[in-house]
Design a protein around this ligand. Structure first.
Ligand code: GDG
Length: 479
């Protein structure tokens, strides 16, 4: 047994920042796990001491808690059934669609909800085990919305914050959830609730008012704990960002710059390289950008290989049916475009259903003249900010969907509505033909914006908001 340690800062997220990778010889190693939350929080936690509570990514018994890169990792177990019902089911097939404008239908199953509650209880227990008296507990994302109230019930001494990485839906969509009041109650266990954009915080406040008749004033909601104590909870926007300095430094290394040149050379040095980088997810608008590219090729406005498109589609949630359908659709369209418009040795679309190291991503960003970020809905979209960060040469151009959180900050991006294929084509053509000096001016402004608002600033702001949330915590209790 590992000795129990306690910490003043505890992070709880569905996944730990590492995955166990088992080699052919049966030996196992921990590798960094993919996704926006881990990318952001990993760099935040490297500058702070604390514990991270999360699932290690494999079902069955959880590994013993261990230290990795100066962080204390406390694994929470999930059974095979819970992976299907809590993770793939309620989290990714009920909440994810509802919170992303129901781009695909949401599925409601009572046994999925029961499993969600059970797993949230387990996370709350784990958090309480590692939280020191009076600790700050920072809970993340839609998979753990009941944890704030569950932790408060067990440990009234700790400060509880929750941050939503994805959008919070309009009340008309949130209202569809049969368990909507339970979710609001769960969240209101927190002292502070952080959202990507002000409209997300407003959607939450409106849900509290309209669905549960709670009183709100400004960004505060009044609530009552089970013991009758009245409290106010603050809900406001604190937009996430990237590790600007760390990533820029990586992008400036000679090996990454050399790799960027090599990527362009291996494509035959096209006039224009367009790039998409996404988890293979139906929210990301991958089909829409492929359609726009295909139509431009079909009507002869552009031609391949002069204009070449690279799409990195990182494997994601491969056991959920909607993701399997999306993969089939995307691969069919890519096959169709390549069949019609490629030359030997020069495919029109380079489709990469793979995951790459950070260095390769930085090189790809530098190799791309136009970055296409076209989600139908996205909490923030870190890829947009990473692209800008890597362009230390002030080169490149960012095409950005108005339905991303990032578009609320990155005002100098070339904005598109991905549903409007004609409009998307026009934006692509506009950027292709725009004088370089205009694109450089836009890129410089974008880079300043991200440099001034990096991920450390985001974490500092969140933790300050948590610290100064309206009600003081009750006296620390000894365990
Ligand atoms: C959620 C919200 C919000 C992707 N492929 C590879 C790779 N990635 C990295 C990207 C980026 C991250 O994964 C993806 O972040 P996004 O923000 O684009 O999207 P989600 O995964 O949907 O993230 C989102 C985010 O949480 C943070 O709050 O912005 O709205 O949906 O960092 O670079 N990284 C590497 N290889 C890959 O193949 N190394």
């Amino acid at each position: 047994m590992t000795a129990q340690r306690v910490f003043d800062l505890v992070i709880a997220a569905n996944r730990l920042p590492v995955d166990r990778v088992v080699g052919d010889d049966g030996s196992s190693e921990w590798h960094r796990s993919p996704g926006g939350l881990v990318t952001a929080m990993d760099s935040v936690m490297r500058h702070r001491e604390g514990a991270w509570v999360g699932w290690a990514g494999e079902t069955g018994e959880a590994p013993e808690p261990f230290e990795d890169a100066g962080m204390w990792l406390h694994p929470v177990p999930l059974s095979e059934d819970e992976r299907e019902t809590f993770y793939e089911g309620f989290s990714n097939d009920t909440l994810w669609p509802i919170y992303h404008d129901v781009i695909v239908p949401a599925h409601f199953h009572r046994e999925w909800w029961r499993s969600y509650r059970t797993v949230n209880e387990r996370f709350a227990d784990a958090v309480c085990e590692v939280a020191a008296p009076g600790a700050k507990v920072w809970i993340h994302d839609y998979q753990l919305q009941l944890v704030p109230a569950m932790v408060r019930e067990r440990r009234p001494d700790v400060r509880i914050g929750w941050f939503n990485h994805i959008p919070f839906p309009p009340v008309e969509l949130f209202a569809q959830l049969p368990w909507r009041s339970r979710i609001l109650e769960g969240l209101l266990g927190a002292d502070y609730l952080g959202f990507q954009r002000t409209p997300d915080a407003q959607n939450f406040l409106r849900a509290c008012r309209q669905l549960d008749g709670r009183t709100t004033k400004g960004d505060l909601v009044s609530t009552q704990d089970p013991d009758g104590t009245g409290r106010r909870v603050r809900a406001s926007a604190v937009p996430i960002s990237v590790d600007y300095h760390g990533l820029e430094e990586l992008a400036r290394t000679e090996s990454v710059r050399e790799r960027a040149r090599a990527i362009r050379a291996s494509l035959g040095d096209p006039e224009v390289v367009m790039l998409g980088v996404d988890r293979l997810d139906y929210t990301k608008g991958i089909r829409h950008r492929l359609k726009a590219y295909e139509e431009l090729l079909a009507d002869g406005t552009i031609s391949s290989p002069e204009v070449t498109f690279i799409q990195v589609a990182t494997p994601s949630r491969e056991r959920v049916a909607a993701y399997q359908h999306l993969r089939t659709e995307v691969e069919t369209v890519v096959g169709h475009i390549n069949g019609a418009y490629s030359a030997i040795g020069a495919p029109a679309v380079h489709y990469l259903h793979q995951s790459y190291p950070r260095e390769e991503m930085a090189a790809l960003f530098q190799a791309a003249d136009i970055m296409l970020v076209t989600p139908l809905r996205d909490g923030m979209n870190l890829v947009a900010k990473e692209y800008v960060t890597c362009r230390h040469d002030d080169g490149g151009a960012l095409v950005l969907s108005e339905f991303t959180g990032a578009s609320h900050e990155l005002r100098q991006a070339f904005v598109c509505n991905p549903h409007d294929i004609e409009g998307l084509k026009q934006v692509m053509l506009h950027v292709i033909s725009l004088p370089a000096k205009d694109k450089r001016r836009a890129m410089r402004a974008l880079r300043r914006r991200v440099a001034d608002n990096d991920v450390q600033r985001w974490a500092d702001t969140f933790l300050t908001n948590l610290e100064t949330a309206p009600e003081r915590p009750s006296r620390p209790t000894t365990k």
